[in-house]
Design a protein around this ligand. Structure first.
Ligand code: PNS
Length: 162
């Protein structure tokens, strides 16, 4: 049986930690769909279109990975695209409570979709999109923490190269 997994998130922007998880998932599942939430409560730094472009660039060359967007309930989307697995990353204990809540809510909504937690490489355990945005906005370097295209766009967006 071929297993299709969905890796959902806000990806504002995608980090090397996300990418690490994409690669691990791609090695484990037949197909991985990296799915960006369309209508988040959060006000994003990057538009949905920009995040799609950055993610597509970042996963280029990984054959079984595609990038998509979704709205509404994650489980409804997973069922629609015939994904039986939701991949979520857990970095530290602090992630666990929120992730557990979400996984159990998703399980309640549909027993046909299983959440699989994965850990990124140790080097990325402290990394988050929020930190990347903050450090960049304050003029710090995020080199090595995000794909090159993201680093470039962050500088442009935050006018750090002006
Ligand atoms: O990268 P994030 O912000 O931690 O991702 C959160 C995301 C997009 C996975 C989550 O907010 C989500 O699945 N939203 C869709 C709405 C939904 O299904 N909510 C019920 C599950 S708690």
């Amino acid at each position: 049986m071929k297993i299709r997994a969905v890796y959902p998130g806000t990806f504002d922007p995608v980090t090397n930690g996300h990418l690490d998880l994409v690669k691990r998932s791609a090695a484990l599942f037949d197909t991985v769909i990296v799915a960006i939430l369309k209508n988040s409560d959060k006000v994003p730094l990057f538009t949905l279109e920009e995040r799609v472009v950055m993610l597509k660039e970042a996963v280029k060359g990984i054959d079984n990975v595609t990038v998509a967007t979704f709205g509404g309930l994650l489980v409804d989307y997973a069922l629609r695209i015939k994904a039986s697995v939701i991949v979520r990353g857990i970095r530290a204990v602090s992630d666990y409570e929120y992730e557990l809540q979400m996984a159990l809510m998703n399980r309640r909504l549909s027993s046909k979709v299983e959440t699989v937690f994965m850990m990124p490489a140790e080097a990325y355990t402290y990394l988050s999109s929020r930190m990347v945005r903050e450090v960049s906005a304050l003029g710090g370097s995020v080199h090595g923490l995000v794909p090159a295209g993201v680093e470039r766009r962050l500088k442009k967006k935050l006018r750090l190269d002006a």
